[in-house]
Design a protein around this ligand. Structure first.
Ligand SMILES: [Zn+2]
Length: 286
């Protein structure tokens, strides 16, 4: 099976990427079910890149149904060390305008119906999530967006809601009172799972609307999201095409050792079935 060191998870509107010389389409089986779709392995510059459309190519998987564990596990098992996630988000801040981009540095978890760990049923780990996104990869995304002439906000807090319905006004105002910057439905549990899998993870978020709090703007609708998404997606393709050829195989980063000291279970007495199930993630500690 072909491998890749860089993974791209494409959000709404981004179902393929530019300048990718396609090498293979692979279906990866995982102990956590099937990923969202087949993974396209291609080459940009000197590295192989794996592309996975988060909601499936026809956008058929809702945010609560996303097989995030299968997606991250599949990318890990084909050698991915860094994941760039592309997401459409709403803005909770007057200064973060539709069609801007933002590379968030913090998360607030408002999801409630998602499996968010690989460590269960006989093995327990507590990874650190104080900085939920990889600082090195964030810097690369910010520089890539700036070099592309895109208006990019260099930090902010991303509220991850369950969806699929959009927020109420009271919820939107609550998140604003928390000084949150943007709201979306997909960065979690991906960021937690990537940290457990020791993969660097960062999000390039494309702003499509002002959610529902801004009285001078219409409340968010799918039509509005799609209209702004088209220019955002074109922009994110350009940014990816400029970043990917120069992205090293492995960036030096503490994400790659996040399980060290995090597994609390006795590794010498694990059920062999668990060792087999989590092999791509824990093998270096066994
Ligand atoms: Zn990292």
């Amino acid at each position: 099976m072909k491998t890749a060191s860089i993974g791209i998870i494409g959000g709404s509107g981004l179902y393929h990427i530019d300048n990718l010389t396609e090498l293979d389409q692979i279906q990866v089986k995982t102990p956590f079910g099937d990923p969202s779709d087949t993974i396209t392995i291609g080459r940009i510059g000197s590295e192989n890149v794996a592309f996975l459309p988060r909601h499936g190519k026809g956008h058929t998987i809702n945010p609560s149904e996303l097989p995030s564990r299968a997606n991250i596990y599949a990318l890990k098992s084909i050698g991915v060390k860094q994941i760039i996630s592309i997401s459409a988000v709403g803005s909770l801040d007057i200064n973060i305008k539709p069609q801007d981009m933002i590379v968030p540095n913090q998360l607030i978890d408002r999801t409630k119906a998602r499996e968010s760990t690989f460590f269960e049923k006989g093995i327990v780990a507590h990874v650190g999530l104080a900085e939920p996104f990889c600082p090195t990869l964030r810097k690369i995304l910010i520089e890539g967006a700036e070099n592309n002439g895109t208006k990019v906000h260099t930090n902010g807090t991303y509220v991850v809601m369950e969806g699929p319905a959009f927020s109420t006004k009271a919820e939107s105002e609550l998140y604003r009172s928390w000084n949150a910057s943007i709201i979306g439905m997909t960065a979690l549990p991906e960021a937690k799972l990537a940290r457990e899998a020791e993969i660097c993870y960062a999000t390039l978020a494309c702003v499509t609307d002002y959610d529902v709090w801004h009285d001078d703007f219409e409340n968010v609708t799918v039509e509005m999201v799609i209209k702004n998404l088209q220019s955002n997606v074109a922009n994110s393709r350009k940014i990816l095409a400029s970043i990917l050829p120069n992205l090293p195989d492995q960036i030096k980063c503490k994400c790659n050792n996040s399980l060290k000291d995090a597994i609390i279970s006795d590794l010498n007495n694990l059920d062999p079935k668990i060792v087999e199930r989590l092999n791509p993630i824990i093998h270096k500690y066994i």
